[in-house]
Design a protein around this ligand. Structure first.
Ligand code: ZN
Length: 327
């Protein structure tokens, strides 16, 4: 039996107040680290890893790369804790590395850009799709809402897309149920569907405040992310929030090559798929715009060709049934 995963312990505090004497393996990206390192003088960084790709090969190579003195693996083994500073890619890599090194993990998000900070799996790119491998939930998450408020506007609250994907993902889940196409273990559960709708309505309500960097709005966005993740944890799958909009995002990323942030892909995909599902997209579009999600970064010819190949793509990658399979 698969375990029921948990959320991290969360503290709202300034990064500048963090005092941790334990030797830390730092997992970060150059832009994120440069933006906040002045606030993190209280960390005892023994070794620093910069992540640029979402593959286990890359993450393993970071651990064993010779940095001139000692590998991060050696330093990691001598460390007592892993700190992740940055966005979703950093979070995914740090969960993988902390699990591999059997070290506790503290995550310091520099934007509320995805739900990866609080999930137990890491997304990896493989064979033109995104797969989720079990790694671990971070033990500890520190939210400095002042730092998040100052993140670039287009990624600051982009995690809204991972909650708003309930609009299309839960629709797919119900659709699959009506078609008798939910496999064992992913049966439709009405009260879970209703809970997901309630989380969706909460996130639509906080979109404007979160998008402009208001701290209460960002806190509510975090609450919605946490509830969405824990709802999926309870049932052991992500069907209430992941469906054709994510499939489209994975497929179009594969066509375009990597580079666009998750929100830039999932945001427009939610609108596209919701329209195909016959839903009213106006409230969705309003919330995405309020959170400054770029809606036109995917060229129209890419959208057209991705929609054409999507049914075959969903079957090839064995993705759970949704409207994408029927286009
Ligand atoms: Zn997502």
């Amino acid at each position: 039996m698969k375990p029921f995963w948990n959320l991290p312990k969360v503290e709202l505090m300034s990064f500048a107040e963090i005092e941790d004497k334990r030797k830390a393996l730092l997992v970060t990206s150059a832009p994120a680290w440069n933006a906040v390192k002045v606030n993190l003088k209280g960390l005892n960084v023994a070794s620093k890893i910069e992540v640029t790709e979402a593959t286990t090969e890359h993450w393993d190579s970071l651990l064993t790369a010779d940095n001139g003195r000692q590998t991060a693996l050696v330093n990691g083994r001598r460390s007592a804790v892993v700190y992740a500073v940055g966005g979703g890619l950093t979070a995914d890599a740090s969960k993988y590395l902390a699990a591999k090194l059997s070290l506790p993990l503290v995550v310091l998000p520099t934007a509320l850009s995805v739900d990866a900070f609080i999930t137990w799996a890491s997304g990896i790119r493989k064979d033109g799709c995104v797969y989720y491998i079990e790694t671990k939930t971070p033990e500890h998450l520190i939210l400095d809402l002042d730092i998040i408020a100052k993140a670039p506007a287009t990624i600051r609250a982009a995690g809204i897309t991972d909650v708003m994907s309930i609009a299309t993902g839960a629709w797919d889940w119900k659709f699959a149920h009506e078609q008798g196409k939910n496999p064992a273990g992913m049966e439709f559960i009405p009260w879970v569907y209703d809970n997901a709708q309630s989380i969706l309505s909460g996130v639509l309500d906080c979109a404007e405040a979160a998008g402009r960097g208001d701290k209460d709005g960002l806190k509510t966005l975090y609450d919605c992310l946490a509830m969405e993740v824990q709802l999926c944890n309870q049932i052991g799958h992500s069907r209430p929030e992941e469906g054709s909009e994510h499939y489209f995002a994975y497929a179009v990323e594969n066509e375009m090559g990597h580079g666009l942030p998750h929100g830039d892909l999932v945001g427009p995909a939610i609108l596209l798929i919701a329209k195909l599902q016959g839903q009213d997209t106006a409230p969705l579009e309003k919330a995405l715009k309020a959170c400054n999600i770029p809606l036109d970064n995917i060229p129209q010819d890419m959208i057209d060709c991705t929609l054409k190949l999507l049914p075959e793509y969903t079957r090839r990658h064995n993705l759970p049934f949704g409207i994408a399979h029927t286009l």
